[in-house]
Design a protein around this ligand. Structure first.
Ligand code: PEP
Length: 251
């Protein structure tokens, strides 16, 4: 019922030429897999060239961040409608690296999510606890706060344009993956939270991705969990072979 999403977050890697080369390598490897929504998120400067390179393929384009205003004196920012203009269908919001290094808060995540939806982009909203929070048994309270505040004020119809990514901070780029059961436990918690905050039908339909050292050898176990609907992939999305292996977990 929920189409899986496999999204590659390229972070601050790759020139335009390298980005286009990666797409050209990836395209034939995933071409026949129409059962999965496959998304790549290059750096801003590569969005337009990558948009051209994915034409006619089943790969879709995301930005890694956006601002919440449409235009104005906001030097250095990029508005959701400009991302749409550059060919994006998705945007990642509130990645833990943005929360950690760039002062992203639940409030800014909320404003950006609303602005992205208003521009008809699918917002991939990231949440996740740090190692200290997990060790002090605050995982569920942290996730609850991030989901509640990040999605506050959304209308029921907005959820067609929302994907949630659960990314335990301690598993990002560390090679440490949450176990299938640890990830499933939090995904189920998020789904129940959405049911309480919004309604059961939204909770049943919203895609919840797992992120944190997803690799070809652990994707199948994660995807076999009933509440895991896809993956947000960092390191392993930078090579066509490993990202294609993850994006074709179902074949
Ligand atoms: C990410 O960047 O969202 C991520 C999960 O990175 P990695 O797969 O490298 O842990």
């Amino acid at each position: 019922m929920r189409t899986p999403v496999i999204a590659g977050n390229w972070k601050l890697f790759k020139t335009i030429a390298e980005s286009v080369a990666l797409i050209n390598e990836l395209k034939p490897l995933v071409a026949n897999n129409h059962g999965v929504e496959i998304v790549v998120a290059p750096v801003f400067t590569a969005l337009s060239p990558v948009c051209a390179a994915i034409q006619g393929s089943n790969i879709r384009l995301a930005a890694q961040n956006c601002f919440w205003e449409e235009e104005g004196a906001f030097t250095g920012e990029v508005a959701p409608k400009l991302l749409k203009d550059a060919g994006c269908s998705h945007v990642i919001i509130g990645h833990s690296e943005r929360r950690q290094y760039f002062g992203e808060t639940d409030l800014s995540v909320n404003k950006k999510t609303k602005a992205a939806i208003a521009a008809r982009l699918t917002a991939i909203v990231c949440v996740g606890e740090t190692l200290a929070e997990r060790e002090s048994e605050q995982t569920f309270s942290v996730i609850e706060k991030q989901v509640q505040a990040g999605l506050a004020g959304l209308a029921v119809d907005d959820f067609a344009k929302v994907v949630i990514a659960y990314e335990p901070v301690w598993a990002i780029g560390t090679g440490k993956t949450a176990s299938d059961a640890q990830a499933q436990e939090v995904h189920l918690f998020i789904r129940n939270l959405i049911a309480g905050l919004f309604n059961q039908s939204i909770a049943g339909a919203v895609r919840i991705l797992y992120g944190g050292s997803v690799k070809p050898d652990n994707v199948k176990g994660l995807m076999a969990q009933p509440d895991i609907d896809g993956a947000l992939v960092g390191g392993a999305s930078l090579k066509a072979e490993s990202f294609a292996a993850i994006a074709t977990f179902n074949v």
